[in-house]
Design a binder for this molecule. Structure first.
Ligand code: HEC
Ligand code: HEC
Ligand code: HEC
Ligand code: HEC
Length: 217
């Protein structure tokens, strides 16, 4: 081996873990979910420095999610994905989907936390503190254009369908149904960071790696 190829080989070996190993997740601090005053996005607190407080707290939280600290929208008014080709019957938002929509349906203030003595003051929000309606991240209450969520995915649904995998296969365990066996926003998105530099809060490093866990094509 010449010195040059040896050097190249060792560079490749040193770099290997970066691209061969499982993709690393970015820190939440570097994402738009860092809503504290040190946040990187436009929407952030005027003075609150705690990062987790917008979604979790140690006290006075609700049982709707893990130490959940944000007001949620009452279910009932959402339009869910519905198509004759699809057997799954999405319910009104529940589980993690309900938690995501507590900011992303655009009806509740981003700083509307529980047990904090009033909402956290934010900048770049709408008049009532919500994610502004003109932003793509304001999904509204019509979810008919979003991948179906808040339905149970089990063997009964997959039986006889060559394009659905049962059980879902993800050796790394990133893409998964929730504890009740439901598909939620979190099959694709990880609220704490992204493994992709292209897709926001993405569970995998590529788009297709997420879909392939459940869809065969
Ligand atoms: C923008 C909202 C948001 C912020 C900010 C946030 N989380 Fe979460 N977190 C969630 C949601 C939503 C879930 C539920 C995920 C699920 O059910 O799959 C969750 C779940 C968790 C869990 C349960 C285990 C898991 O990973 O599902 C832990 C632990 C956690 N968060 C820790 C933290 C910590 C520590 C911080 C601050 C550094 C933080 N979170 C900031 C939204 C957030
Ligand atoms: C406490 C409020 C809050 C909660 C809860 C929350 N988000 Fe967000 N999220 C935001 C804000 C604010 C932004 C930035 C919006 C903007 O600037 O357009 C954002 C941005 C995003 C983006 C776009 C990121 C980018 O880089 O473009 C995605 C995707 C997202 N959130 C998904 C989720 C999902 C999925 C959940 C639930 C697991 C969730 N969010 C829960 C407040 C929240
Ligand atoms: C099947 C995968 C999948 C599911 C499930 C999913 N999303 Fe997304 N989401 C995406 C992709 C991909 C993007 C990137 C933008 C695009 O290509 O449409 C995105 C973008 C977003 C954005 C940024 C706004 C935008 O259009 O760029 C937000 C906010 C968001 N998703 C929230 C949610 C919430 C809340 C849920 C649950 C109600 C959800 N997502 C369910 C795949 C998904
Ligand atoms: C955790 C499993 C899971 C993941 C991950 C997943 N899906 Fe799905 N998806 C389903 C299930 C289950 C259905 C409902 C199928 C049915 O009832 O016929 C569905 C429905 C759909 C539909 C609607 C089909 C119809 O008949 O209207 C499309 C399109 C789709 N998924 C695309 C995607 C894409 C693209 C991705 C990746 C970004 C993805 N899915 C990720 C499980 C998943």
């Amino acid at each position: 081996m010449t010195t040059r190829t040896a050097v190249i080989a060792s560079i490749v070996l040193m770099a290997a873990p970066l691209w061969l190993g499982a993709a690393r997740r970015t820190s939440i601090l570097e994402t738009k979910h860092n809503l504290s005053s040190s946040g990187k996005g436009e929407i952030k607190a005027l003075s609150e420095t705690r990062v987790c407080i917008f979604c979790h707290s140690s006290h006075n939280t609700s049982a709707e999610g893990p130490l959940w600290n944000h007001e949620t929208t009452a279910p009932g008014k959402f339009k869910m994905y519905e198509r004759s080709t699809m057997e799954a019957k999405p319910e009104q938002p529940n589980g993690a989907t309900k938690l995501c929509l507590s900011c992303h349906d655009g009806t509740i203030a981003v700083g509307a936390v529980l047990g904090h003595g009033g909402p956290i003051a934010m900048k770049s929000t709408g008049a009532s503190g919500e994610i502004p309606a003109g932003k793509k991240s304001s999904l509204g209450t019509d979810l008919s254009g979003t991948h179906p969520v808040s339905f149970k995915y089990g063997q009964d649904l997959a039986v006889g369908k060559t394009n659905l995998r049962w059980p879902p296969v993800d050796p790394e365990g990133d893409v998964k149904l929730d504890a009740d066996g439901y598909v939620q926003c979190t099959i694709c998105h990880d609220p704490h960071g992204s493994r992709s530099d292209k897709y926001p809060f993405w569970q995998k490093s590529t788009f297709g790696q997420v879909c392939q866990v459940c869809h065969a094509y």
